[in-house]
Ligand binder design. Structure first.
Ligand code: HEC
Length: 148
């Protein structure tokens, strides 16, 4: 019994030390948003509001970082989503008519109507990003008018 207690203390202590040490890893630490260099010409402000609510945290340079994005290892997952998301589609570095914009436009409607975006794990943390069916339709119409 005594021995088990000691092993548990050692494991717990090691866990805490590892948790503290991984906080020193710089990956995902820099939360400075890059400058906005171009945005789509939104058809109506409401389209932008919907996109901001549901997409901007991962697909723009206006990311709002929640407190837990400062705590490893969650910070790594958050940063992975943001850097990958921006790589596919960035509403803040929008170049109308570019190849990248054309591809993003073609995929954005699909991602929203299939319900793949915004990702479920994100919605659990951000219930305000959930879109009603009517809002989804508005966003899809807005994308068609603003992104093509
Ligand atoms: C939590 C972060 C997050 C949010 C919020 C989010 N996305 Fe994404 N998105 C990603 C990541 C990560 C990828 C790349 C990996 C993947 O496809 O799952 C991606 C990929 C995409 C792609 C490219 C898909 C492909 O395979 O070409 C499109 C288009 C897209 N998202 C649109 C949207 C739209 C539109 C919204 C808002 C309605 C949105 N996303 C919300 C993280 C996010």
């Amino acid at each position: 019994m005594k021995k088990t207690g000691r092993i548990i203390s050692i494991l717990l202590g090691a866990g805490i030390i590892i948790f503290l040490l991984i906080q020193l890893i710089p990956y995902g630490r820099n939360h400075t948003n890059p400058p906005v260099t171009g945005e789509p010409v939104w058809d109506v402000p409401h389209t932008r509001e919907l996109a901001k609510r549901a997409c901007f945290d991962c697909h723009s340079n206006e990311t709002v970082y929640p407190w837990y994005s400062n705590v490893a290892p969650i910070s790594w997952l958050v940063w992975h989503d943001i850097s990958e998301g921006r790589g596919y589609l960035n509403f803040s570095e929008w170049e109308a008519g570019s190849k990248r914009a054309q591809r993003a436009y073609a995929r954005a409607a699909e991602e929203v109507s299939s319900g793949r975006m915004p990702p479920l794990a994100y919605l659990l943390q951000h219930p305000e990003a959930r879109l009603t069916e009517a809002e989804k339709q508005e966003l899809l119409n807005g994308f068609r008018e603003s992104l093509k």
